[in-house]
Design a protein around this ligand. Structure first.
Ligand code: NAP
Length: 317
């Protein structure tokens, strides 16, 4: 299993299991089978609404002696309704209780977007708070305190632009260990990848397969398919691998951690086995030409009328 050393010397497996949109009943089964098949890293979040089920699976795996807690790397994320100072620790404790864990390996600010407390998803502009009202450092300082209290090993962010990361680094006592952002051949974000490398901040790439299972309302018209892309399929044939394995290997080859989601045990094994080969440099160069700065998850759902967030100020581009 490939691993990466974070800037605090902790070790993170380079391939984990994503759990967004893994339904009740399914996530329990896939966490159990994936860990039995070798996975040691699970990517969770409070807003996925399934942490209790993940916790049930983990508890059983520990009790069955399949794996020990210290062998696993469990990530969760703070949802946007809990950014205010008084809400951070309670949200973390709820996640720990749902996951039935004493500590998290990694806790991330899920989005640089704030809602009023008790708003699980904004229906109108007045449900939001601006980042000037609840600055990221207020939230992050509470996460730093939770590291000191032993509730989290590493902290970081998700969906942060280079600009937002730079501002946070200037104020933080503990440098973010990870930034989790969308990364795949159609959204290569080379400048952000270089910046994070210079700063020794590890990138995790989400939606590495193109997030094809999102509900209809979240799909853009005529979305390009990564798994059916001509070059990716050609390379899959050349290496005798699947398109998914090519896509995952490409990210890991750039030093990016991947968290493909599946509820299908065969696919989970296939995705895990993407670690067992190397793409040639000339093929990495061919894939580099596929970049089209296309986001499957563009954050547009935070930019309704009256919201202080826009696509432009979300991504700083
Ligand atoms: N921080 C954030 O804001 C953020 C945003 C998005 C995602 N994430 C994280 O990143 C994870 C992955 O991203 P994602 O869920 O958006 O999308 P993804 O991993 O790119 O794609 C998941 C889809 O691909 C299918 N799939 C999985 N393995 C496959 C294979 N080998 N061959 C063909 N199809 C395959 C899955 O189907 P089945 O499940 O039916 O097998 C599912 O429909 C999430 O689950 C979540 O943990 C984080």
């Amino acid at each position: 299993m490939k691993t990466k050393t974070l800037n605090n010397q902790k070790t993170m497996p380079m391939l984990g299991l994503g759990t967004w949109l893994s339904d009740a009943g399914e996530v329990y089964k896939i966490v159990k089978s994936a860990i039995k098949d070798g996975y040691r890293h699970i990517d969770c979040a409070a807003c996925y609404g399934n942490e209790k089920e993940v916790g049930q699976a983990l508890e059983e795996l520990f009790n069955e002696g399949v794996v020990k807690r210290e062998e696993l790397f469990i990530t969760s994320k703070l949802w946007s309704d809990s950014h205010e100072k008084k809400n951070v620790l309670p949200a973390l404790k709820k996640t720990l209780s749902d996951l039935k864990l004493d500590y998290l390996d990694l806790y991330l600010i899920h989005w640089p977007v704030v809602f009023k407390e008790d708003v699980s998803f904004p229906a109108e502009g007045s449900d939001y708070l601006a980042l000037t009202e609840v600055p990221t450092i207020e939230t992050y300082t509470e996460m730093e305190n939770a590291v000191t209290a032993g509730l989290i090993k590493s902290i970081g962010v998700a969906n942060f632009s280079q600009k937002k990361l730079q501002e946070l680094i200037g104020m933080a006592k503990i440098k973010p260990a990870v930034n989790q952002v969308e990364l795949h051949p159609f959204l290569q974000q080379t400048a952000l990848v270089e910046f994070c490398k210079e700063q020794d901040i590890t990138l995790t790439g989400y939606s590495p397969l193109g997030s094809s299972g999102r509900p209809e309302g979240m799909l853009a018209e005529n979305e390009p398919s990564l798994l059916e892309n001509k070059l990716i399929v050609e390379l899959a044939n050349k290496y005798d691998k699947s398109p998914a394995q090519i896509l995952l290997n490409w990210n890991m080859n750039r030093g990016v951690i991947v968290i493909p989601k599946t509820v299908t045990p065969k696919r989970a094994i296939q995705n895990f086995e993407s670690q067992n080969f190397e793409l040639e440099n000339s093929d990495m160069e061919k894939i580099a030409e596929l970049d089209k700065h296309f986001r499957y998850v563009n954050g547009g759902f935070f930019t309704g009328e009256g919201s202080p967030y826009t696509i432009a100020n979300l991504w700083d581009e």
